[in-house]
Design a protein around this ligand. Structure first.
Ligand code: NAP
Ligand code: MG
Length: 500
């Protein structure tokens, strides 16, 4: 962890929250700009139900103004053609500022969307800060190529920035999703227009302000808050956006492919939903550890994780023991006030989303057995909380085993053979992540090879890092965030051929 500072207790976080500054206007061309039509949307804290702020709802004209600001900055060369060392220094200063303001930003995310503040502070913020440093440091360490062309010619191949990158992100990890897109896109020399999720605009607006303070030139980073149907759509359809990087649901991801086809054929990169399977074999060395990671894999962040391991496939001979261990683990994930580090989970993002999760739970209860949880929980004045829920005897083809619930709901499915386990694991429309627990090295490789997913974790769950690519196949999308490979999305290969 790179973020330092004393560990705050509940009272400390409550005080920090009382001082939270909730910004509401769009940020482009170097400053805050109110939405032209004056429309706003409500930003509520799901943990309490209170209204936090009325945020500007940017329409197509606002998006156009932000894209123009980004285009002007790009064409001026102040960022795109500045030396790599200059961009590196600016992004390192930016990372330092994010680190200095980590507690403030963690509180903003927690207030906006309900996650445990301590997780935002101890996990999300250090990861984002590290990511900006990783890509800043990469800038002056990657060289182009001299191609092996015939004598009498010289061909230079280099990575060129694309121009204006649009980024549209979800609410489950507001700062991290922003960093996953912005850090490589900016490092590559692009200018960015970001639309944060409607439920979590506050940290992105503050971060735009910090970017300016760090010395990023005007127009390099722009943020347009607003609704998906208006602001997101306008960015997707804009004829002067060169590339659109999206993280969110599969349903909306498909819309962005349509927007590109109906406008300028911009590149579209999609990180979409998932229904990750966690396969636990009877030869697992440490079943208690497997249960701990399985519980983390579905209950962390209220289960609002794209790569959340919402299906647990257990070999029949250890099924009952594993379920017993898992039920015991749910003690660590009981919902409570997100500002209190003692709470096991925070609030779900909204009353509507909580109701959607509960509809899945109620439908599941018709055919499978609820061994723990299954109920909505009230904390203070809000009922945006769901108890950690485990279903057993789940039909692999039922809705709770096929559809992304995006809540703390686990479907346990028994299997008898390795082939059967792999077939069930691969039997959804998704392919984002999967995990395997086994004491056999041969089985680990065999099964990992056969699982259709961007990342397979062995004897842990949902492993990811700055150094390894993250993303999916099938309806989970394409393209990769994180690692040096993410730079591929934000650059084009530019060849200069010289006849000698
Ligand atoms: P979402 O509804 O797809 O929204 C994602 C973003 O798209 C938001 O900014 C949203 O704006 C915008 N949007 C919505 N409708 C749109 C439209 N018609 N046109 C243009 N933009 C539109 O997803 P979410 O509910 O925020 O987040 C949960 C989903 O994200 C889950 O499916 C999860 O798996 C996925 N996710 C994937 C990854 C990954 O890396 N693969 C990571 C995290 C989350 P509004 O906020 O106004 O709706
Ligand atoms: Mg909110």
């Amino acid at each position: 962890m790179t973020t330092t500072g004393t560990r705050l207790d509940h009272t400390g976080w409550v005080k920090q929250a009382e001082h939270a500054e909730l910004l509401t206007e769009a940020f482009f061309g170097g400053g805050f700009v109110p939405a032209r039509a004056g429309r706003t949307f409500e930003n509520r804290n799901p943990a309490t139900g209170t209204l936090l702020s009325e945020v500007d709802n940017c329409d197509a004209a606002d998006v156009d103004a932000a894209v123009r600001a980004a285009r002007a900055a790009f064409e001026s060369g102040v960022w795109s053609r500045a030396g790599g060392q200059y961009r590196r220094q600016a992004l390192l200063r930016f990372a330092d500022l994010l680190e200095e303001h980590a507690a403030e930003l963690a509180v903003l995310d927690s207030l906006d969307m309900g996650k445990r503040t301590v997780d935002a502070y101890e996990l999300d913020l250090p990861f984002s800060v590290g990511l900006f440093r990783y890509y800043a440091e990469a800038i002056d360490k990657i060289s182009g190529e001299v191609a092996p062309t015939p004598p009498g010619s010289l061909a230079l191949v280099r990575r060129a920035p694309l121009g204006v990158v649009g980024a549209v992100i979800p609410w489950n990890y507001p700062v991290d999703m922003l960093a996953w897109k912005l850090a490589p896109a900016l490092a590559a020399g692009n200018c960015v227009v970001l639309k944060p999720a409607e439920q979590s605009p506050s940290s992105a607006l503050r971060i735009a302000q910090l970017a300016a303070e760090a010395g990023l030139p005007d127009g390099v980073l722009n943020v347009v808050p607003g609704t998906g149907e208006v602001t997101g759509r306008a960015l997707g359809l804009h004829p002067d956006v060169d590339c659109l990087a999206f993280t969110g649901s599969t349903e909306v991801g498909k819309l962005f492919q349509g927007y590109a086809g109906n406008s300028n054929m911009k590149q579209v990169w999609l990180e979409c939903g998932g229904k990750s399977a966690n396969l636990v074999f009877a030869d697992t060395d440490d079943l208690a550890q497997a249960a701990r990671t399985a519980a983390f894999g579905i209950f962390f962040n209220q289960g609002e994780v794209c790569s959340g391991h919402s299906r647990l496939l257990v070999e029949r001979s250890i099924h009952d023991e594993m379920v017993k261990l898992l039920v015991a683990e749910t003690e660590n994930y009981q919902p409570g006030d997100p500002l209190d580090p003692a709470s096991g989970m925070g609030a779900l993002v909204s009353p509507e989303h909580t109701s959607r999760v509960m509809r899945y739970v109620e439908a599941g209860a018709g055919s499978a057995e609820v061994v723990t949880g299954g109920n909505r929980v009230t904390v203070g004045d809000s009922d945006c909380y769901v108890a950690p829920t485990i279903f057993t005897g789940v039909d692999p083809d039922s809705a709770i085993a096929q559809e992304e619930i995006f809540g703390p709901v686990l479907a346990v499915i028994p299997f008898d053979t390795e082939d059967e386990a792999v077939a069930i694991a691969n039997g959804t429309q998704y392919g984002l992540a999967a995990s395997v627990s086994t004491g056999s090295l041969a089985r680990a490789h065999r099964v990992a090879d056969r699982l259709v997913a961007g990342t397979v974790s062995v004897n842990t769950v949902d492993a990811f890092s700055a150094w390894t690519p993250f993303g999916g196949v099938k309806a989970s999308g394409h393209g990769r965030d994180l690692s040096l490979h993410a730079l591929d999305k934000y650059t084009s290969l530019h060849t200069t051929w010289i006849s000698l």
